[in-house]
Design a protein around this ligand. Structure first.
Ligand code: SDX
Length: 435
């Protein structure tokens, strides 16, 4: 990114006739930006963009999205190619380091992650404080945040080696903690990871193994889980990633930053949508009730939204939804539930919604959350675990974005301003004088 302004925008104050030249900064692809860093100091004005619809909060080399064309690339590689030819751990390496690993690098990374999958035995006691019916996302926020109470030797964010160790610990241990959250909610004993299993196989093993019988990981389910982990790994500056970046900009430790990302992801407008999609489909129940719910989704006075539809960036199909739709059919066929009524209902809902002008005019297409829940439920996960799985995958993106930010030449705390619309100065009125 060149700092020498070749191109500029001129901003004119029509009241005073004053003009200000603002530098334009081009990326390698995608929209260019108008550099407003000096706008306040030169004009006395702030920009106003409450939900950041037109704001680039940083520059990044990790993920590129073209919402109009439905393009998603990680370090330049398309999500379609990565889900077809790569695997979750290799994509984690790519996101973290910027390049696909050599054979030796992949072997070393695989060995490192595999040998960090256990958590400190004392962490098992954390779970005891929760009710068994606690939402597993509440458990994840707490236990991941508590990692900073156990791994004191990798909290110095200015030490490259400690940053790398923390990143590896998070990528390795989050699946274990997620599986423990699931087991705790089921009243079943925790299952230790096994070093002879792949990243996705190990996660399924820790979730579904029981002391009373061996659990054989189905290759189709392992492949589907691996694909789900790739598809959810990173997505540019979404709400939870922006939360992690803001937390990291205060120089908080990486475990605390990832815990803040988990908290943000939990919302039904964001990662919590996959759980909300299943709950919505269960509420709709049958195809004949679809029109009634589509009318509710259009009704501004009704808080109901078509969960799993719409996206701030994608104004075309979310490419991840396309990949997941294919995986859906494969997993359900493998499980012998290809006629899953929920999938049938989802596909009918998608067909009708996409032919409805309200959704078409607003370019509301299915997003990543629309199909993921159907696969996860078919695999045996309860709806409360869906967003936990999203968090397991997105931890890779969060820690990659955090590392990229910390390694920038001049890290500064993120501190937005505001448009103040409250009371102007007024004098205090003693209680006895108030009416
Ligand atoms: C994720 O940012 C990311 O990258 C997120 C994510 C990632 O990988 O990190 O992709 C993951 O969070 C996917 C999104 C999951 N959320 C849902 O599926 C929840 C349902 N979707 C909506 O809540 C909504 O579409 C959002 C939150 C996703 C996007 O909201 P925006 O960009 O603020 O859009 P908006 O609310 O301004 O909607 C524009 C119009 C409005 O109507 P009008 O005022 O123009 O008449 O579209 C309508 C909205 O009412 N609209 C919907 C709708 N989504 C938008 N109407 C009905 N159902 C919907 N789902």
């Amino acid at each position: 990114m060149s700092d020498t302004p070749e191109k500029t925008f001129t901003l004119t104050n029509d009241e005073t006739g004053e003009s200000f030249k603002l530098p334009v900064i081009d990326g390698t692809t995608g929209p260019s930006t108008i550099d407003v860093r000096k706008l306040y100091s030169t004009t006395g004005y702030f920009t106003y963009d409450p939900s950041f619809t037109s704001t680039a909060s940083c520059d990044s080399k990790i993920t590129f999205i073209d919402g109009e064309k439905g393009i998603l690339r990680h370090r330049g590689y398309s999500i379609e190619e990565l889900t077809e030819k790569s695997n979750a751990l290799e994509v984690a390496y790519l996101l973290l380091n910027g390049e696909l690993p050599t054979k030796k690098q992949m072997e070393e990374f695989d060995h490192t992650i595999t040998n960090h999958t256990m958590v400190h035995e004392q962490m098992h006691h954390f779970f005891r404080g929760f009710r068994r019916d606690a939402h597993p996302m509440a458990v994840m926020v707490a236990v991941v945040g508590a990692m900073s109470a156990f791994y004191h030797d990798s909290l110095d964010i200015w030490d490259e080696q400690q940053r790398t160790i923390s990143a590896h610990r998070l990528i390795a241990k989050i699946p274990t903690i997620a599986a423990m959250s699931y087991k705790y909610s089921q009243g079943q004993p925790f299952v230790y990871p096994k070093n002879d299993l792949s990243y996705a196989e190990n996660f399924l093993h820790m979730c579904f193994s029981l002391p009373v019988e061996d659990y054989k990981v189905s290759p189709v389910l392992a492949e589907a889980m691996d694909r789900i982990l790739i598809l959810h790994a990173d997505h540019e500056q979404n709400a939870s990633t922006s939360t992690v970046r803001i937390a990291g900009s205060s120089q908080a430790n990486p475990f605390a930053c990832i815990a803040s990302g988990i908290a943000s992801l939990w919302g039904p407008a964001h990662g919590g949508a996959n759980q909300a999609v299943l709950e919505m489909l269960e509420e709709i129940g049958t195809k004949d009730r679809i029109p009634e719910f589509l009318e509710r989704a259009k009704d501004k006075d009704d808080p109901f939204r078509l969960m799993g539809f719409g996206h701030r960036v994608y104004k075309n199909f979310d490419p991840r939804a396309n990949v997941l739709r294919d995986s859906c059919h494969k997993v359900l066929a493998e499980l012998g539930v290809e006629n899953d009524p929920t999938l049938e209902l989802a596909m009918e809902l998608e067909k009708i919604a996409l032919s409805d002008p309200y959704f078409a005019d607003r370019k509301l297409f299915p997003n990543v959350d629309f199909y993921s829940g159907i696969i996860l439920r078919a695999m045996g996960f309860p709806t409360e675990m869906f967003t936990v799985l999203f968090a397991v995958s997105r931890t890779v993106g969060w820690i990659s974005q955090w590392k990229e930010m910390i390694e920038e030449p001049a890290l500064r705390i993120g501190r937005p301003r505001q448009l103040y619309i409250g009371e102007t100065e007024r004098k205090y009125v003693p209680l006895k004088k108030r009416k």
